[in-house]
Design a protein around this ligand. Structure first.
Ligand code: ATP
Ligand code: MG
Length: 553
């Protein structure tokens, strides 16, 4: 049953032991997002883990929306989350909402009351806090702790009926106010939220169950065998187990915690990502600079690269921050293999080939991939006027500069060699165009007796298609923008995270499919923007540079 494609980890080992010992004959996991925002790359780690182990051990994985916070949640997010999970390549065995279980959860709460394990407490939030004690001091029992079962049942029923205002009462578990684990000091099970409309249950409920109560029961009702969650829930595990031990339910899932993914130069909390969107720092949840799945998709990431990244970083119990270079290496490797090569001039400088006939245009051939002949080739148009990149020319430079200089010779990729004869400037002294000569005898072969400096890319000015090219840089200027003392994360936004180039592309790019990815030779990997394409515009997003440049920031 072990899978050879996946690196193993402590969770896979536990699952393998449970299958080998016969504790479980099959496994079931779940991915439980709260629909209060779009999924980010951190969620991808959880998705790849939960769906991945289910797949590898012939089990099942459910998609469950943890929707117990009605005022922050929305149907828009439910749909976006489903799209993202599907796009990552997974399908769920069952789709559930925690709110599907509201009636059953209510009945389990009644069972706790009937067994003297829960009570209605009239303390207000600040009093509850005061009674809770601290890490060094035990808490105090609530004065309402010894209410009779009848009174508790009556009050709880009336809480449900909407008789009491928000914040006036809670239902609490009766555990231990002196427990060293604060989560066990009579935690709230239900709170009153009147008059809010829940995206699934409408106005049916005036009370909502707490996450810590809802989660283990939802897991158990679905027959989850291994409930995988992030490390901050480690201290909640005794409570997870306490609820399941104190109600009548046949299944007791095992909660296992693993470290969250943190990624350098970005942030990873839905609440903060919501702020970036709401405050207009980015253009939306799918802005290609966002660490959201929707943003990465629009940027040009492939699902395979994201899954590969998640497998590379592995699953452990120790928190850390992963370098952006690791994520970028995954997409770079994938695109190096699959992306057709094209030429695009991002900062165009006109070149006139003075010895090339004025009305002539010839068709040359460029392979789509240097290492994969099966990808075929495309036509390239060559003419008297071309575009090259401004960065590929210097009036003077030493031998290390492998591009065009005055009097020097370079090869135009897939075409001829040229020599720069003359630099034409405008009144301000800026270079307007270059006059060059070409050697007609150098197509596909080197000139005799001379060495060219290097190879540069180009586009025929007659055939070129203008397009906008969005160059993305890190969204923040510091590796960990989150949690710096006295400075909100917005303070570290990189004002140069997006720069737009008016580029000239080879004509084959004009009818690129929306979302299609290419290597622009010598520049990087680019993806045709889907949103702009829907408006009929030709815009490309830089997915990633050709080489890792993060270390040099
Ligand atoms: P956020 O603070 O971004 O909203 P969350 O944990 O509250 O994160 P949920 O929607 O509750 O978000 O998470 C769904 C699942 O994804 C949970 O099991 C959670 O542990 C997991 N998850 C969320 N963020 C990360 C992360 N950065 N790394 C790994 N798993 C994550
Ligand atoms: Mg959450």
């Amino acid at each position: 049953m072990t899978n050879n494609n996946q690196p193993t980890n402590f969770i896979r080992q536990i699952i393998e032991e449970d299958l080998a010992s016969g504790k479980h004959s099959s496994i079931r996991t779940r991915f439980p997002p709260e629909p209060n925002g779009y999924l980010h790359i951190g969620h991808a780690k959880s998705i790849v883990l939960n769906f991945g182990v289910a797949e590898d051990y012939n089990g099942e994985c459910n998609l469950r929306f943890d929707d117990t916070n009605p005022h922050k949640e929305d149907e828009e997010y439910v749909e976006a989350i489903k799209e993202d999970v599907r796009w990552l390549g997974y399908s769920w065995a069952g789709q559930y909402f925690a709110s599907d279980y509201f009636e059953q959860l209510y009945n389990f709460a009644v069972e706790l009351i009937e067994n003297g394990k829960a009570y209605v407490c009239d303390l207000h939030a600040d009093q509850v806090r005061e009674y809770r004690g601290s890490l060094t001091e035990p808490g105090k029992d609530s004065p309402y702790r010894e209410r009779s079962m009848e009174e508790n049942l009556d009050l709880f029923r009336r809480m449900r009926a909407g008789e009491f205002e928000d914040g006036t009462r809670t239902l609490r578990a009766k555990i231990d106010m002196a427990s060293p684990n604060m989560n066990m000091r009579d935690p709230a099970i239900y709170r009153i939220r009147r008059g809010v409309v829940h995206h699934q249950t409408g106005d049916a409920w005036s009370i909502y169950p707490m996450y810590d109560f809802t989660h283990p029961i939802s897991d158990a009702l679905e027959g989850i065998t291994h409930s995988l969650c992030t490390l901050e829930f480690e201290d909640h595990r005794p409570l997870y187990d306490w609820y399941l031990d104190n109600i009548t339910i046949p299944c007791h899932p095992r909660q296992i915690e693993f470290a969250r993914l943190n990624l350098e130069y970005t942030i990873m909390s839905k609440r903060k990502l919501t702020q970036l969107v709401a405050e207009g720092h980015v253009q939306g949840w799918d802005d290609p600079r966002m660490p959201t799945i929707a943003g990465l998709r629009r940027r040009g990431y492939t699902p395979a690269a994201i899954r590969d990244f998640c497998n590379r970083i592995g699953v452990t119990k120790s928190d850390g921050t992963v370098e952006m270079g690791v994520l970028e290496a995954s997409i770079r490797e994938d695109l190096d293999r699959i992306a057709p090569r094209r030429m695009a001039v991002l900062d165009p400088l006109r070149v006139v080939i003075t010895n090339y006939p004025e009305e002539q245009e010839e068709i040359l051939v460029g392979p789509n991939h240097p290492k994969d002949e099966s990808m075929g080739s495309r036509e390239l148009k060559f003419s008297r006027e071309l575009w090259i990149d401004r960065a590929d020319f210097r009036e003077e430079a030493n031998k290390k500069y492998k591009r065009l200089v005055t009097g020097g010779e370079v090869r135009l990729r897939n075409a001829y060699t040229i020599i720069c004869e003359k630099v034409v400037k405008d009144v301000s002294g800026e270079i307007k165009e270059l006059h060059c000569s070409y050697d007609p005898d150098t197509l596909g072969k080197n000139p005799e007796g001379r060495k060219v400096r290097g190879v540069i890319h180009w586009v025929s000015a007659l055939a070129a298609v203008p397009a906008e090219v969005c160059m993305y840089d890190r969204l923040f200027t510091v590796a960990v923008p989150d949690g710096v003392k006295d400075k909100p994360f917005q303070h570290f936004l990189n004002p140069e995270s997006l720069s737009i180039r008016q580029a000239m592309l080879e004509p084959a790019l004009a009818d690129a499919e929306p979302g299609a990815r290419f290597q622009f030779e010598r520049e990087g990997y680019f993806c045709r923007d889907t949103k702009a394409a829907a408006l009929g515009e030709l815009v490309f997003n830089r997915v990633v540079t050709l080489r890792d440049s993060w270390g040099q920031g």
